[in-house]
Design a protein around this ligand. Structure first.
Ligand code: MOS
Length: 709
């Protein structure tokens, strides 16, 4: 870049600096507002009424008692709710549009009232009569009605075919000197970000446009879904989400509560707030599908894989189809001449499942990386050595070269840091008192994807920049990292950058999901910065005009995306202690070594990976949504019964990464890290539990009953 423009003196490069979170002071002082914390004049409150049956229809609703409560403004149900236009994908967004009930917990009515307490009280007084039909909610591998989805994970994001095959797996398995055949399962899990799902909807006085404060991962998408439902052009909907209390996939897609809040505000003619309770978070807002994963591996005596088969059965809803794409990571992990992966689905009478941190990778890599550990045992090989022997030179699925792949370097670096060489592979050989001690390893991977984005960069007469993009910081550090990227591209100190995000009025971008944010939004910002500098140089001779100047930039798609296989990798190490008497599992130590291209900010990156690994621990030992087939619903609807890892469950977690230069993924050389950290952690812990006890747990979570012989 030329430097003959009038710019502030060049600072040390902002990219790579451990900058503190720009939004940190706002978060800790409560200045950073979440959706329903915004003030609104004459605001009303919405409380949904949820279906008590899993399948059937609403026969009648008696709202008289609820309507008689002082302060109740309206009771809405399918007979009196405003008509909506049909949703584009998820039929659950047709809120209160019919008498049909597709799952237990679906919204069948709602109360709008002057206060939150009144709304909730009155919601309990709405009398609903149902015609109940038999429901079908239990997943099994031998159901006769599983089907092959058209794409995984879902339309319109049909990134991957449901099945893949190379060579002849069955013949190779039959001929393999060493083979294994096991089924691994993962349970349903519910994501629970700190901020519950919440919306504040404020219609304009003429009812022709609406402003929506929303806990979402993507303002542009949310705007589109609301515009479609209410028959508005997108410019008439403004979605604002500058600060969001966690995402995790829970709010990538629009859920019914948001539509309901906007509807309630329209009916009341006043602003409306709807915040789900924690209990309601275990329902009509998405969850991770359970999986049943059948893995067969064949190998030579030297541990080199000759055949890999990974067949996954999962579930989805009647309203919206989405696959937990658990066999997808298997397609890129190891070299084998004979290969087969499949996904099958059952339509069940349950809420729509959705994205949850590393959908597919976190569940699938538990199975694959447990199986690889079992193969290492069967071959009498060290599990790190086994993985190194099966390292592919090109992507096994596509034959494409990797833009960069540093799995082996991660394994080696981790082995060094974890003192792996001193490990005696024999199970049940280390103990302290009644605690059996074991260590385990597993690999991690997540695709490096970039999605289209647009950005605008403006400079004012004083030389300060304003960088605008409809990105959302769901707690990842996007505020900070995008500021660093902009400062770097503009060759200016970060103090000179004022970032604007979290507003659908800004240049359009995809949501914060699929670990695509930094790469995609960052690319658009780099383009916009270059466009501004070119304009400044070419049109203004490098002198900023008094009234300032701006330029937009777009990133439409990575031209090298079809030429390279792009993934981040990592190696997870775990030490566990298992109490011989109680079966209790403790995890005193985790180590993750990752390779994710260039790390833009080591401080926020470490937080992301630390959080992912902590969730992986939680997945390994605690998280499980328990279905009661009689009710047709998951029944552990709070943190008393849905267990997640707390501080006391987490010992030492060490996060490290290796230098990786990748010139193909994007101009920043950065791969996403939001989801990488959870992948493989549960397998590393399960493998360590095997090493400690000699007991192989193939069904998550690893609860103590599974360890008592
Ligand atoms: Mo993340 S589960 O892709 O929102």
């Amino acid at each position: 870049m030329t430097t003959d423009v009038q710019l502030p003196p060049r600072s040390p490069r902002p990219i790579g600096a451990p900058l503190d979170r720009i939004d940190g002071p706002l978060k800790v002082t409560g200045e950073a507002r979440y959706a329903v914390e915004y003030p609104a004049d004459r605001v009303t409150y919405v409380a949904p009424v949820q279906s008590m049956i899993a399948k059937g229809r609403v026969l009648s609703i008696d709202a008289s008692a609820a309507q008689a409560v002082p302060g109740v403004l309206a009771v809405l149900w399918h007979e009196n709710a405003p008509r909506l236009a049909p949703p584009r994908d998820d039929q659950d967004l047709a809120v209160l549009q019919s008498d049909a009930v597709a799952y237990r917990g679906q919204f069948v009515a709602a109360v709008v009232a002057e206060t939150l307490e009144t709304a909730r009280q009155a919601a309990t007084m709405v009398a609903v009569r149902y015609e109940e039909q038999p429901h079908d909610v239990v997943l099994s591998a031998d159901r006769g009605d599983v089907f092959t989805p058209e794409y995984v994970p879902q339309k319109p994001f049909g990134f991957y075919p449901a099945d893949s095959a190379h060579g002849d797996v069955d013949t190779a398995l039959a001929a393999a000197p060493v083979s294994l055949d096991h089924t691994y399962t993962t349970p349903a899990e519910h994501h629970n970000p700190m901020e519950p799902h919440a919306t504040l909807a404020i219609w304009s006085d003429d009812s022709e446009s609406v402003t929506v404060y929303e806990t979402c991962q993507g303002v542009s998408w949310r705007r589109d879904d609301i515009a479609i439902a209410f028959g508005l052009s997108p410019e008439r909907v403004r979605v604002i989400a500058p600060y969001v209390g966690g995402g995790f996939g829970a709010r990538g897609f629009t859920h019914p509560y948001a539509i309901l809040a906007v509807m309630a505000a329209r009916v009341a003619g006043r602003p409306a707030k709807l915040a789900l309770t924690r209990q309601q978070m275990f329902g009509p807002v998405g969850y991770r599908s359970p999986t049943i994963q059948h893995i067969r591996l064949g190998a030579g005596g030297d541990g080199r894989l000759t055949a890999v088969a990974h067949d996954v059965v999962g579930q989805t809803s009647a309203l919206y189809e989405m696959t937990e794409p658990a066999a997808v990571p298997t397609r890129t992990m190891y070299a084998a001449p004979n290969f087969r992966t499949t996904h099958r689905l059952a339509h069940l009478d349950l809420p729509a499942n959705s994205w949850m941190r590393a959908p597919g990778e976190s569940s699938g890599m538990f199975a694959l990386e447990s199986a690889m550990d079992e193969l290492a045992v069967a071959c009498g090989l060290d599990p790190i050595e086994l993985r190194i022997r099966n390292e592919p030179t090109v992507d096994p699925e596509t034959g494409l070269p990797y833009s960069s792949r540093s799995l082996v370097a991660c394994l080696r670096e981790g082995a060094e840091r974890f003192d792996w060489a001193r490990r005696d592979p024999t199970p049940r050989t280390r103990r302290v008192g009644r605690w059996l001690i074991g260590t385990g390893v597993a690999a991690s991977t997540y695709p490096a994807v970039q999605l289209p984005a647009n950005a605008r960069v403006a400079i004012d007469g004083a030389g300060r920049y304003r960088v605008s993009i409809a990105a959302v910081d769901i707690g990842t550090g996007a505020w900070t990292v995008l500021t660093q990227i902009a400062a770097d591209a503009l060759e200016t100190p970060v103090e000179q950058i004022q970032l604007e995000i979290g507003d659908s009025a800004l240049p359009q971008a995809f949501p914060a999901w699929g670990s695509t944010g930094t790469a995609s939004w960052g690319w658009a910002i780099v383009e916009a910065a270059q466009a501004l500098r070119t304009r400044l140089h070419d049109e203004f001779g490098g002198v900023v005009p008094a009234e300032g100047l701006d330029a937009t930039g777009s990133f439409a798609g990575n031209p090298e995306g079809q030429q390279f296989s792009m993934h981040a990798f990592g190696a997870q190490f775990a030490e566990v202690r298992v109490n011989e008497d109680s079966g209790e599992v403790r995890v005193p130590r985790l180590l993750g070594v990752f390779a994710a291209g260039r790390i833009i900010n080591p401080k926020t990156a470490r937080s992301q990976l630390l959080g992912g690994m902590t969730w992986g621990l939680s997945m390994a030992l605690h998280e499980e949504s328990v279905l009661d087939p009689r009710f047709g619903d998951y029944v552990n609807h709070d943190f008393a019964e849905y267990h997640i890892a707390t501080n006391a469950d987490v010992g030492t977690i060490e996060v490290a990464w290796i230098e990786e230069e990748d010139q193909h993924v994007n101009p920043l050389g950065a791969k996403g890290i939001g989801e990488l950290g959870i992948v493989g952690t549960a397998a590393a812990i399960a493998n360590a539990v095997y090493h400690a006890t000699g007991i192989r747990v193939r069904d998550l979570p690893i609860t103590l009953d599974k360890l008592l012989r």
